[in-house]
Ligand binder design. Structure first.
Ligand SMILES: NC(=O)c1ccc[n+]([C@@H]2O[C@H](COP(=O)([O-])OP(=O)(O)OC[C@H]3O[C@@H](n4cnc5c(N)ncnc54)[C@H](OP(=O)(O)O)[C@@H]3O)[C@@H](O)[C@H]2O)c1
Length: 311
């Protein structure tokens, strides 16, 4: 089968579009015919070797940890899925990924694809959607009526987070650059801050929850905005515990986890018309290099998709 693999960590030149062995299905796995994959910043961070000390990988490595496709083979112990099922997943990041014609995923990490989405749209959901879901609801325990500040509202994680928070009844504030204001408000943001021309801590009232996708100075300044009892969770690096305690708040860092249960809940919101999938661009698998280049700019509006089977 065709796949995008790396043989060693490196820059864009490390990406190879090449023949790879068909992945073998273990007893608790399913093999999925990949119709679409999506690009996430973690893909090029892994490609470059930035996570080498945290995530063990063997070379050659197939990148990509978002998939939408059709079950093509099931393991001997899998009973809740069948050949022909349309599914989507964020597979275990320590295994080979989905920039390929086929990927093997644990059956427990797979959910039924949202019926109203194409495979290209569905592939854009799992990693960014699960990150937003788990940060807001599992970690920050966001409740209806609370004020939540979401950084990078036009990005992959932020575009889902705005919509999930809104559908949970929160008051949503998002940051982005001025050109993305209409987009972010269209997703449901009640308030918008252009982070380039305004310091958000100068123009916003206190908030109960912050979803930090930026880190550094943005994270530090966000802590000052938290109410007593507020929570800040970051997907890019843990916040300073002393700074949080000084304002009577709490929080931490998080790593997204595969979850078929969360994916099923997200699919229900999508199929109910409450969540849209924002696609920045679609590239054929053979042009993954251009897709990585785009993701690395940090300017994507929503998700970058790799189409494997035209849909
Ligand atoms: N820990 C985890 O499990 C986990 C999971 C998923 C993602 N992440 C990390 O979270 C980060 C975001 O991921 P993503 O997929 O959402 O990235 P992304 O889609 O590439 O984010 C792009 C967006 O970031 C916005 N942006 C850039 N700088 C900004 C700033 N200073 N303030 C506000 N917005 C800004 C851009 O908007 P403008 O063009 O308007 O500036 C753009 O729309 C990445 O570092 C990723 O690796 C971690």
């Amino acid at each position: 089968m065709k796949a995008i693999r790396i043989h060693s960590y490196g820059d864009l030149d490390a990406l190879n579009y090449e023949e790879a062995p068909m992945p073998e299905t273990g007893a608790t796995d399913v093999r999925i015919r990949v119709h679409a994959a999506a690009v996430n910043p973690v893909d090029w961070k892994i490609r470059a070797g930035y996570l080498a000390s945290m995530v063990p990988h063997q070379m050659p490595l197939t990148l990509g940890w978002d998939v939408s496709g059709v079950v093509e083979q099931i393991g001997s112990e899998v009973s809740h899925l069948a050949v022909g099922d349309a599914v989507y997943s964020r597979p275990d990041i320590t295994r080979n990924g989905s920039y390929a014609e086929y990927v093997v995923v644990r059956a427990s990490e797979v959910a039924t694809k949202p019926a109203t989405l194409t495979h290209n749209q569905a592939a854009a959901v799992p990693l960014a959607g699960l990150t937003a879901w788990q940060a807001l609801f599992d970690h920050a325990q966001l409740k209806a009526g609370e004020r939540v500040l979401i950084h990078a509202g036009a990005g992959g994680v932020g575009s889902f987070a705005i919509q999930f928070a809104k559908s949970a009844g929160a008051h949503v504030i998002a940051t982005a650059s001025a050109g993305n204001e209409a987009l972010v408000r269209g997703l449901g943001a009640d308030e918008f801050v252009d982070y380039r021309s305004q310091r958000f801590e100068d123009v916003l009232s206190k908030v109960d929850v912050v979803l930090d996708t930026i880190g550094g100075d943005t994270q530090e300044r966000s802590i000052q905005l938290l109410n007593a009892g507020g929570r800040l969770f970051s997907v890019v690096g843990p916040p300073n515990a002393d700074a949080l305690a000084a304002v009577g708040a709490s929080g931490g860092g998080l790593m997204v986890q595969p979850s078929s249960e969360n994916l099923t809940a997200i699919a229900q919101l999508i199929d109910a018309g409450k969540v849209k999938v924002l696609i920045d661009s679609v590239f054929p698998l053979s042009e993954t290099r251009a897709a990585h280049e785009k993701s690395q700019t940090g300017r994507a509006k929503g998700k970058i998709v790799l189409e494997v089977v035209p849909n």
